[in-house]
Design a protein around this ligand. Structure first.
Ligand code: ASP
Length: 317
């Protein structure tokens, strides 16, 4: 027993050591912020305003996430998001800081900035997650305004959809795109945020990976941060972002960790994996980053001192 315990401990320390070696600090790679998809560029601009002044990664990711939330032309996040099959726009969001604190809201209606409600859940309640009417009541009690999230163009798209009413999420089309945003600040602290209106035309009450800590987002300040996008059910099944961070702890690079998470999804159901999108984005404590996805077409934006650039993720197909 004792010997086995010792061997296990030595193996763990070896893995931890090699992970630490891989993550040795190199000056100049922080601050840095990464966001999913093309709308990540605009989100990064806001996040960078915080990071470039020496601000906290947590404030940066919240500021960035609020950009697509408030944009009515982004039909997969916040205001203007496509509704569920009954015509309700229901939002999911979560946030996590460098101390392992986290907050989340799911199935929240009528609020423009679910990410800020999630932060308030983290900072002002003894809980991690509030959903539905309870989350709405909490938001309204704390000064958030009730608004109509369904815009005329999203309503038109939904009405069109009801003619056939087929639930077939289209890969890389904006009926499913979440903003996941992860940052490392000048003090070397990591935080992340994730916010979405979820899969368009989902069943009423459906919640995806995005507000679930460990699935749509995970941050461990000793190791790194990860976020995901795509068909949330597949990400939940493998607890995707926790997996990515743990793989980085074992010494994988961010891209290798994302690739392994994607391949777990692929292995579970190779046929289905050909028809859906899932993408992971990761950042380690050193400021190294990487992404991997199932289908070509997942983009992510990176802002550091050298500027704000869009990258194409590597993919399986
Ligand atoms: N992951 C989100 C969800 O399942 C949607 C997306 O990112 O495409 O709700």
């Amino acid at each position: 027993m004792i010997r086995r315990h010792f061997i296990k401990l030595s193996a763990l320390s070896a893995a931890a050591l090699s992970a630490t070696k891989g993550l040795a600090a190199t000056p100049g790679t922080k601050p840095i912020v990464l966001s999913t998809w093309n709308f990540g560029l605009a989100a990064n601009v806001e996040a960078w305003k915080v990071l470039s002044k020496g601000g906290r990664a947590l404030d940066a990711v919240e500021a960035g996430a609020k950009v697509p939330e408030a944009d009515p032309t982004e039909t997969s996040v916040g205001y203007g998001g496509l509704p569920d099959r009954d015509g309700h726009v229901t939002l999911d969001a979560c946030i996590m800081d460098e101390n392992g604190n986290c907050g989340s809201v799911a199935f929240l209606e009528h609020i423009m900035h679910p990410i800020s409600v999630a932060r308030m859940v983290m900072e002002k309640t003894p809980h991690v997650m509030l959903v539905g009417d309870g989350a709405l009541k909490f938001a309204l009690d704390n000064g958030f305004k009730k608004i109509k999230l369904l815009t005329p163009s999203s309503e038109k798209a939904w009405k069109e959809w009801t003619k056939k009413a087929e639930y077939k999420p289209v890969v890389n089309i904006e009926n499913h795109d979440t903003i996941g945003i992860i940052a490392l600040d000048a003090n070397g602290n990591l935080s992340g945020a994730c916010t979405t209106s979820g899969m368009a035309y989902k069943m009423h009450g459906r919640v995806g990976d995005s507000p679930i800590i460990g699935a749509g987002l995970y941050v461990d300040n000793e190791i790194g941060a990860a976020t995901s996008t795509g068909v949330g059910e597949e990400v939940i099944r493998i607890v995707g972002c926790h997996l990515v961070v743990e793989l980085m702890r074992q010494g994988r690079t961010p891209e290798e960790a994302c690739k392994e998470a994607v391949s777990r999804i692929l292995k579970k159901n190779p046929e289905k994996a050909k028809t859906i999108q899932v993408g992971f984005l990761a950042l380690n404590k050193n400021g190294d980053y990487g992404a991997y996805c199932l289908q070509k077409g997942f983009t992510f934006a990176v802002h550091d001192q050298s500027g704000n650039k869009l990258h194409d993720s590597k993919s399986n197909f």
